[in-house]
Design a protein around this ligand. Structure first.
Ligand SMILES: Nc1ncnc2c1ncn2[C@@H]1O[C@H](COP(=O)(O)OP(=O)(O)O)[C@@H](O)[C@H]1O
Ligand SMILES: [Mg+2]
Length: 261
């Protein structure tokens, strides 16, 4: 269990680009998100309904850091670390986890008038994997700082472009195929609630909007001198993500066709 008075030291955790994150025993301490109360309520809700896909919220420590339970497993935090993290089996499990999240939040006060609550930052770096006979499979999502009410399609679209290659040299048919796999697995996931079918015809448009707001967000944050955003822009993230947007725009029809097959 956490020691509320533990000092700022601890084992730094890899894969973070924004928050300061350290592990102390079974806990993780990190820079609190701006929406700490919402994230706390969301993580408590997920734990309460047994969704088992997120760290537990343990409050705030004496240094004002967000305290979470440490989720054991492997986080693919380097780009394309191991192709096994991007297997079809991993994509299917990923879609099932997203569906579990959305079903757990649909119709709750957390979602308000929206369809559900979205994580809004689903990327391999924010996903814990564990080994299985089918290879490493996602078991939990980290980094809930951007979680907010939203539409189911948003998380699926976001995952779609974060678990695929985009840009010069990438295969748009493969991006479409991977998105189709996600949508099929999401739609087919067993659920206790009403069946949900994704509006997959909207997926590429949602993806283009997300890619654009991602580079614009980094650019604006860097202009405001936010250190994490400055670092990302210095590493070329804004130009890189803009080039993905142009690539997707040019290949839009091919991706959409592969998605609908
Ligand atoms: N609860 C946790 N359990 C296990 N590892 C964690 C946990 N929280 C964070 N990490 C590790 O720390 C990294 C950075 O944490 P994250 O919450 O994603 O912060 P950032 O905003 O910096 O991306 C993650 O990629 C993961 O490797
Ligand atoms: Mg992160």
């Amino acid at each position: 269990m956490p020691e509320p008075t533990a000092g700022p030291a601890g084992e730094p955790l890899s894969g973070g680009f924004v928050a300061d994150v350290v592990r102390i025993g079974d806990t993780v301490r990190r820079t609190p998100p701006a929406n700490l109360d919402f994230v706390g309520a969301l993580l408590r809700h997920l734990a309460g309904v047994g969704a088992d896909l997120a760290p537990h919220h343990l409050g705030v420590d004496a240094h004002g850091r967000q305290m979470l339970s440490y989720v054991a497993g492997r986080v693919p935090w380097r780009d394309r670390e191991d192709p096994a993290f991007f297997s079809d089996a991993a994509l299917v499990r990923l879609a099932e986890l997203i569906r579990r999240l959305h079903d757990a939040c649909a119709g709750t006060g957390l979602a308000g008038d929206a369809e559900t609550v979205c994580h809004r930052d689903l990327s391999p770096k924010n996903t814990v994997y564990r080994d299985s006979p089918a290879g490493p499979l996602p078991v939990a999502f980290l980094d809930w700082d951007l979680a907010a009410p939203g539409r189911r399609i948003e998380d699926v679209s976001f995952a779609g472009w974060h678990w695929a290659a985009l840009g010069e040299g990438a295969d748009p048919v493969e991006l479409g195929r991977r998105c189709r796999l996600l949508c099929d697995a999401y739609d087919a996931a067993p659920t206790a609630t009403a069946p949900a079918t994704l509006a997959r015809a909207e997926l590429v448009g949602v993806m283009l909007d997300q890619i654009e707001s991602t580079w614009r967000g980094i650019d604006a944050g860097a202009d405001r001198d936010e250190p994490g955003m400055r670092r990302l822009r210095d590493q070329g993230a804004v130009n890189g993500i803009r080039s993905w947007q142009n690539w997707l725009q040019s290949n839009r029809a091919i991706v959409a066709a592969a998605l609908e097959v």
